[in-house]
Ligand binder design. Structure first.
Ligand code: HEC
Length: 462
């Protein structure tokens, strides 16, 4: 070798060295240990975690993280590092008729060999540290000033008022006397909030405009984030639970309407019949129909089982910015971009013909000063409250459409309204970042508070 090199011209010798080096690197690639993060996780994600994740623990076995995998399942540890033959994990996926995955295609020979080799090589975890918890705010958000409030919701028992913040939802005591919890998540903007009827879950829709849309499902008691489902590449709006809380519906800036299974995020329905952003979705009382409202001016009735379009229930008059259902019956109100709110029966009218036929219309309310961004029904369905660009909230009797109150004092637009289910009170929020609590029988302001922990910015040099 020595002599060969000496006899070769210098460039050729270097070239030869380069070739030898390449071959050695290639060998090293072959012998490289199997990577849990790059090789194994994608297989588990495709074939296993649908049944083995924290929200659905078949065999009490969670396959979504290395730590959970190591912990094992119902029958204890699933693998012995270095000993594939003695590992239940390998046993379950191998053989003529492997028992796992329980449904779907068995793993390929190559995949089984890869997992076997990984266990043999010690089953180590090479998850990059920044991926262990893909979203991490090192500290909860800090507010130099009140944030715009885009959504409000009371828990069904009236014990919690959920408020949209920046990167989080804040759970407040309903009288504004204190913060209960901060639900910090990945979405920078929260667009809508909904409690399940039993009050156990809170669904949040939001995202980061033009980046991602997200549905978060929170456990209201433990304040744990149960699920985060990334859907579409843009913000999501108008989240609603089905009556049994097994499904969530929502619309998007991508003009779609979707329904996901709450437990595993499976897309159960996608509806693409709107031609503009969809701001609101809701289920009928029996859960058998879905109603959506869009900037394309229509409210569409959909079969949530198969995504079949049934009918537009309204005449297309103005952009629909927000919708709410009467808690008692299948009646819906929308707030329009031109300032008019209209109440409709949610009914299938096969006889309805041309678009100029507004047969489901129950009542049109007086025009508000500017676009309506928030609408809410009182629990008994006797009142509706409307808020928007004009900065005042108006309350109407649904029976005859008469205005009963005007709630004033907001600085700037109102974007969120909610009726307290436990007492006659309305919460309002919007541009100024303040919650106002009004007596919904008399119209008096009972309390105003800033729901965000405001941190005074330090003055330089102090
Ligand atoms: C369709 C659902 C489903 C899928 C997909 C699935 N499993 Fe399972 N798994 C189960 C159920 C159910 C059990 C409980 C035992 C049983 O009934 O057989 C289980 C049990 C197990 C256990 C035993 C846990 C214990 O300690 O008892 C292992 C290991 C396991 N699964 C591994 C996997 C792997 C690896 C995959 C992917 C290749 C996978 N499973 C995919 C449903 C599933």
């Amino acid at each position: 070798m020595q002599r060969l090199l000496i006899q070769l011209p210098k460039t050729a010798a270097l070239r030869l060295l380069a070739v030898v080096a390449t071959v050695l690197v290639a060998r090293a690639e072959d012998a490289k240990p199997v990577s849990y993060y790059h090789d194994i996780v994608p297989v588990f994600k495709r074939s296993c975690t649908g049944c083995h994740h924290p929200g659905k623990l078949k065999g009490d076995f969670d396959l979504t993280t290395h730590a959970a995998l190591k912990k094992g399942g119902k029958h204890g540890v699933e693998f012995k590092a270095g000993d594939p033959a003695g590992s239940r994990l390998i046993e379950e996926i191998s053989g003529e008729e492997p028992s796992m995955p329980k449904e779907g295609d068995p793993l390929s020979k190559e995949e089984i060999a890869l997992i076997t080799r990984w266990v043999k090589e010690g089953a180590s975890d090479d998850t990059p540290s920044d991926q262990l918890n893909p979203f991490k705010l090192t500290a909860p958000p800090v507010y130099p000033a009140p944030s715009v409030i885009s959504a409000l919701a009371y828990s069904p028992d009236g014990n919690i008022l959920a408020v949209s913040g920046y990167h989080e939802v804040l759970l407040h005591k309903p009288d504004g006397s204190g913060l209960i919890a901060r639900l910090v998540g990945e979405s920078t903007r929260i667009e809508s909030l909904a409690f399940s009827q039993d009050g156990k879950l809170l669904a949040v829709s939001g995202g980061a405009p033009a980046l991602f849309g997200e549905i978060q499902i929170w456990d209201v008691t433990s304040h744990a984030l149960l699920h985060s489902y990334k859907v579409s590449a843009d913000s999501l709006y108008g989240v609603a639970f089905s009556p049994d809380a097994k499904r969530v519906s929502f619309g998007g800036a991508d003009k779609s309407v979707r329904i996901l299974a709450v437990d595993d995020g499976k897309e159960l329905m996608k509806f693409d019949n709107h031609s503009d952003w969809v701001f609101g979705t809701l289920f009928t009382v029996d859960g058998k129909r879905l109603l959506t409202g869009s900037r394309d001016r229509s409210m569409k009735l959909i079969n949530p089982e198969n995504g079949q379009f049934i009918d537009d229930i309204n005449k297309l008059l103005e952009n629909v910015l927000c919708i709410a259902r009467n808690p008692k019956e299948d009646v819906v109100i929308y707030g329009g971009e031109q300032g008019t709110a209209r109440i409709y029966k949610i009914a299938e009218n096969q006889g309805r013909t041309a678009a100029n036929n507004d047969v489901n219309l129950v009542r049109e309310l007086e025009r508000m000063p500017g676009a309506i961004h928030a609408v809410a029904y009182s629990l008994d369905g006797a009142q509706v409250a409307l808020g928007g660009i004009g900065g005042e909230v108006r309350v109407y009797k649904t029976a005859d459409g008469a205005r009963t109150m005007t709630l004033k004092g907001h600085e700037g637009a109102v974007f969120a309204l909610a009726y307290n289910p436990a007492k006659p009170q309305i919460a309002t929020g919007g541009y100024e970042g303040k919650i106002r609590l009004f007596d919904s029988a008399k119209g008096d302001l009972e309390k105003a508070f800033i729901p965000f922990p405001i941190k005074e910015t330090q003055v330089a040099g102090k």
